[in-house]
Design a protein around this ligand. Structure first.
Ligand code: NAP
Length: 282
């Protein structure tokens, strides 16, 4: 009797830097499950054909990363509600013969917030999201669905307006409105790429923010950004980006390999060590 070992992959270009094989490989090993999770470096021109032949290539599904998330959105047979609202697909799996596309960033954002601060939603009514890219859109979707008003603040105002138009309870704002918005916020999220290694720092004054407001940084390289340091030193509760990355991997793993994995301190330590090693700080 032949036994099929489930296979999944992360599709991107370039993709060698992806930490997804490390995350899924850790879960396969610690759960003692048969399966593999591979890197698939797929150039843009070849991506639609690669995705539509995923099952024929022996894959149960996979993750999609830069630059293919929008192409995956257009190519799948069907999309889940999150992907539909966010406009990008980062996880695919099969249901019957259909290739389904989902977006797990919204799930990852909330799951990590709830794991870090279980009572977060008791006091969170108003949020400021900095940024209007794919990550900001996922976060706006997640928060609006939980009844939170979201003020989207972005350098390019037209992109903030585009996000706000898609979600009830979301509004668009220019950067110079920030002090007034911060004074009323229960939660501040950095969903720009500012603060990331190689990018300029996020230079904002947290002084108007109430001390009981939560500060959530989704950048995870470096692990501790200037925003997190500043927020901690002012006494804010903080949530970092690495946990979001780990939690967003959970739904895909459960679909391909049939077991819902857990984000453990051991997994976190493994990925932290890799980030530190590659940043040259270890
Ligand atoms: P994206 O679509 O490229 O959006 C980038 C955002 O950053 C835009 O709003 C852009 O503003 C803003 N930005 C970039 N440079 C800026 C500058 N010099 N001044 C002001 N604003 C600037 O990227 P994304 O996919 O949304 O990702 C954003 C960040 O989140 C990245 O660092 C990514 O690694 C991180 N992320 C983390 C997770 C996680 O799981 N922790 C998940 C997804 C993303 P404009 O519109 O004006 O260009």
């Amino acid at each position: 009797m032949s036994v099929t070992i489930p296979r999944a992959c992360v599709m991107g270009h370039p993709v060698a830097h992806s930490r997804s094989p490390m995350v899924h490989g850790h879960w396969l090993k610690t759960l003692g499950l048969p399966g593999t999770y591979e890197l698939a470096d797929v150039p843009e021109a070849e991506f639609p054909r690669f995705l539509t032949s995923l099952r024929a290539r022996g894959y149960a599904g996979g993750n999609i990363t830069v630059p293919h998330k929008e192409a995956a959105f257009r190519t799948v047979d069907r999309r889940d509600d999150a992907a539909e609202a966010i406009g990008a697909v980062n996880t695919v799996w099969y249901e019957d013969d259909q290739l389904v596309g989902g977006n797990s960033d919204a799930y990852g954002f909330i799951a990590h917030l709830a794991a870090s601060l279980p009572a977060w939603d008791e006091s969170t009514r108003r949020c400021v999201v900095l940024g209007a890219g794919g990550a900001a859109r996922a976060i706006a979707f997640a928060l609006v669905a939980r009844g939170v008003d979201v003020a989207v603040v972005n350098r390019t105002f037209a992109r903030a307006r585009d996000v706000a138009m898609h979600f009830a309870r979301a509004s668009a704002h220019a950067w110079d409105e920030l002090p007034g918005l911060l004074a009323r916020a229960d939660l501040l999220v950095n969903a720009t790429s500012l603060g990331m290694t190689g990018k300029p720092a996020l230079a904002i004054d947290l002084a108007p923010l109430r001390r009981d407001a939560i500060v959530y940084e989704i950048v995870y390289v470096p692990l501790e950004t200037a925003l997190l340091r500043d927020a901690r030193s002012r006494g804010h509760r903080t949530v970092d980006g690495l946990g979001m990355l780990l939690h967003q991997a959970v739904p895909g793993f459960a679909r391909w390999f049939g077991v819902t994995p857990t984000v453990t301190p051991e997994l976190r330590a493994l990925i932290e060590a890799d980030i530190r090693a590659k940043s040259g700080s270890v």
